[in-house]
Write a protein that binds this ligand. Structure first.
Ligand SMILES: [Zn+2]
Length: 163
């Protein structure tokens, strides 16, 4: 496995609509493994392939203490409710923003064996699914900000986080 270099804004790959994966071959399996390692190295809750320079529809999500999810060609098939969240993105370092996300999300996609999976999620997993599926569509959470006052500079130290 390898940690892949991270793409950050304004890298144009982050704005492309990623291509559908046609076959889950050894390249895709290796990519997914490297994405998991990269997600951990960068301390993220999820990562999408465009963030590591590959414009394909592959996402991985690792909620602390839960099993890692890899989804190929993921889609959000249902969303309900609305809630305020504070969101950040590895590709937009140094910022966090207040946006609205769905309360409940149903996503579907393929696992690494090519089997269709459907995930019904709430809370952080729902947020991560919407966030990562956004990436493969070329959108970023900052697109959902009502105005720029909702975007804050963020210094990731415990001391600063407290206030
Ligand atoms: Zn992101």
């Amino acid at each position: 496995m390898a940690v892949l270099p991270l793409r950050v804004t304004p890298d144009p790959i982050l704005r492309l609509k990623a291509k559908r994966v046609r076959a889950i071959d050894s390249y895709i399996k290796k990519l997914a493994e490297d994405m998991v390692e990269s997600m951990h190295a960068y301390d993220g809750v999820g990562i999408a392939a465009p963030q590591v320079g590959v414009s394909l529809r592959v996402i991985v999500i690792g909620i602390p203490d839960e099993e890692i999810i890899t989804l190929i060609n993921p889609e959000i098939v249902k969303k309900s409710g609305e809630r305020d969240v504070n969101e950040g993105c590895l590709s937009i370092p140094g910022y966090r923003g207040e946006i609205k996300r769905a309360e409940t999300v149903v996503a579907k996609g393929l696992d690494l064996h090519g089997k269709e999976v459907r995930i019904k999620a709430t809370e952080l997993l729902a947020q991560a699914l919407e966030h990562e599926v956004g990436h493969i569509q070329g959108s970023l959470y900052t697109d959902l900000l009502e105005n720029m006052d909702k975007l804050h500079k963020y210094v990731p130290t415990e001391e600063k986080e407290a206030d």
